[in-house]
Ligand binder design. Structure first.
Ligand code: NOJ
Length: 578
């Protein structure tokens, strides 16, 4: 009797053209959240966020529907680049707490159901790392852990071995008195590059991965991977100069050269495949959910796609997709949005999962970059595209950049420039303390000061206040998380189109399930769209599933495909009945 019923149900589903997709892995539909630990929550009143602060707020992450959070570096560091200069890769910096605090974080995160992903910085260490100190001393075990060169003698004067310029300005080479040689640093002079042409380096860094996986990390965000290799030196141990970018006149600026020998060398991709093997090995050893890699590469799309792996080798599950943060601007039209989104989807190797990154600690905040009146619109876009989403802490409440004067700037990327250039380079404005409530210092700390200033707007933009406002950014964000758990959003196909110069349309459909149509009216004009011309197989009547404060409609109102009116900057999610 039971199996006859089951058969009827199955036949019924097949006749509607619907078969359930294979079960997705946890990360394939996940909502990721980046925490910048210095700025998230300070538990001990020293004005700098810490691990216990994160642990305290894990229930908040659960409240806003987060699956996993990646933490910017929490390891021992002199903080020349706020933790991206690591002195000991397997120790917690006292600023952030202790190893016991980390263990407590993992235990609590498991109980709450949020995964913890760590930042893995393979390209460089701190110059205060024991490996570098020993390398400078020519210790036989460590002497080739970094990239060293005695320099070129021209007319009796010593010069750096190449013209290469570091990302943080000036020569990529710094002289070391002890070793009597130059060392290479693609970033700050306090961040010497590890030498991946030495197999021992690869092995110690793979051990770092193993260490944290055994401690309970669910995976890693891999920092600055395009910089891991430089072109191989010639038989005499020399490298070629990089050519000039004629459009740039400042010889200290990173963009002055065309970086053909210092980024995106083919070995970088192969390095990720090797790191992935370590994760697979630990999946075997530890069991449980698959561990993941997210790679940070600002690179041409065809290079980024290689990080996914191919038919014969596995790479990163999530090569970060920076299309939305790198190329969308305030005046981008709907065609531009559609091109960027389809560009990624079309180039992605078969069977892989898309991801969409909307912000991070290096780029201006969404409200500053795209305009505050597009904050909800951008979150709607992030959550209705297929695959995983990545949100930077504070974007869910609509935090915006905070202007910080040259005198108060602390970001090394800006400090190495000058009072005229720093605003273009500084990342301090996106790293200010998280705004929890309207109390003193936005509830970030119990102390009397914070390492970067709290935004003036914290009385209006904070979690506590936004919880109580139906149409707040926070509540729209939470509604989007609910919507995202719909079968169609998790498994469905996607069509992305410019319906006019100003209106982007997205259709998500999945067999006989509910179909969703998402409309973004990007500019300041009232627009009318006819969906029949754009998308096939829609029912004539649609229902508003999600609206923002730009909309005169309410959730549950009806719309008709032949004519839908959109107010300036209105973004809506509509559905057909299942
Ligand atoms: C990329 C990180 O996101 C950035 O903050 C850091 O300065 C560089 N890598 C160097 O590690």
């Amino acid at each position: 009797m039971f199996s006859a019923l089951k058969l009827i149900v199955v036949l019924g589903l097949i006749s509607f053209g619907f078969t359930e997709a294979a079960e997705k892995k946890w990360w394939e539909t996940a909502s990721f959240y980046q925490i910048y630990p210095r700025s998230f929550k300070d538990s001990n009143g020293d004005g700098i966020g810490d691990l216990n602060g994160v642990t305290e707020q894990l229930s908040y992450l659960k409240e806003i529907g987060i699956t996993a959070t990646w933490l910017s570096p929490i390891f021992t560091s002199p903080m020349a680049d706020f933790g991206y200069d690591i002195a000991n890769f397997t120790e917690i910096d006292p600023i952030f707490g202790t190893m016991e605090d980390f263990d407590a974080l993992i235990t609590r995160a498991k109980a709450v159901g949020v995964k913890i992903i760590l930042d893995f910085v393979p390209n460089h260490s701190s110059d205060e790392c024991e490996w570098f100190i020993k390398s400078a001393e020519n210790d036989p075990e460590y002497k080739d852990f970094y990239v060293w060169h005695p320099g070129k003698i021209i007319n009796g004067t010593r010069h750096p071995p190449t013209n290469w310029i570091s990302v943080f300005r000036g020569s990529m080479w710094t002289w070391n008195d002890k070793r009597q040689a130059y060392y290479l640093h693609q970033f700050h002079a306090k961040q010497p590059d590890l030498n991946y042409r030495n197999p021992k380096v690869r092995e110690v860094m793979k051990d770092v991965l193993r260490f944290w996986l055994r401690k309970g990390a669910a995976g890693f965000r891999v920092d600055a991977i395009p910089h891991a290799y430089e072109i191989e030196a010639d038989a005499d141990g020399n490298w070629p100069d990089e050519p000039r970018n004629e459009l740039v006149t400042d010889p200290e600026d990173y963009t002055y050269l065309d970086h053909i020998y210092t980024v995106n060398q083919p070995e970088t991709v192969e390095l990720i495949y090797d790191f992935r093997k370590v994760l697979d090995e630990l999946n075997e050893e530890l069991g449980g959910d698959e561990r993941i890699l997210m790679t940070e590469a600002y690179a041409p799309l065809d290079v980024i796609m290689q990080y996914y792996g191919n038919a014969t080798v596995e790479g990163a599950q999530m090569p970060f997709n920076f299309e939305l943060i790198s190329y969308l601007e305030k005046d981008s039209d709907a065609n531009h949005y559609a091109e960027l989104i389809n560009g990624w989807l079309n180039l992605m190797p078969a069977g892989r999962t898309a991801n969409w990154v909307l912000g991070n600690h290096d780029r201006n905040r969404v409200g500053t970059r795209m305009g505050e009146d597009r904050i909800d619109m951008m979150n709607i876009l992030l959550f209705t595209l297929p695959g995983c989403s990545v949100t930077y802490n504070g974007e869910e409440i609509g935090m915006t950049d905070v202007w910080i004067s040259w005198e108060h700037t602390v970001d090394p990327q800006a400090c190495q420039s000058n009072p005229n250039e720093f605003e273009r380079l500084t990342r301090d404005p996106v790293r200010t303390p998280f705004q929890w409530n309207d109390g003193q210092l936005a509830g970030f700390t119990t102390g009397n000061s914070t390492w970067l200033p709290v935004s003036d707007n914290y009385k209006l933009v904070n979690v506590k206040r936004e919880r109580g406002i139906t149409m707040s950014h926070l509540n729209i964000f939470k509604q989007l998380q609910t919507l995202r758990s719909e079968t169609t959003m998790r498994n469905g196909d996607v069509e992305v189109k410019a319906l006019s110069e100003n209106v982007l349309g997205i259709k998500r459909s999945y067999g006989g399930q509910k179909t969703f149509v998402i409309l973004l009216n990007i500019m300041n004009h009232v627009e009318s769209v006819n969906l029949n011309a754009a998308f096939s197989s829609l029912t004539n009547e649609l229902t508003y599933e999600l609206v923002t404060d730009k909309s005169p409609r309410r959730k549950g109102d009806k719309a008709y495909t032949d004519s839908i009116l959109l107010m300036p900057k209105e973004a809506v999610v509509l559905s057909t009945t299942a």
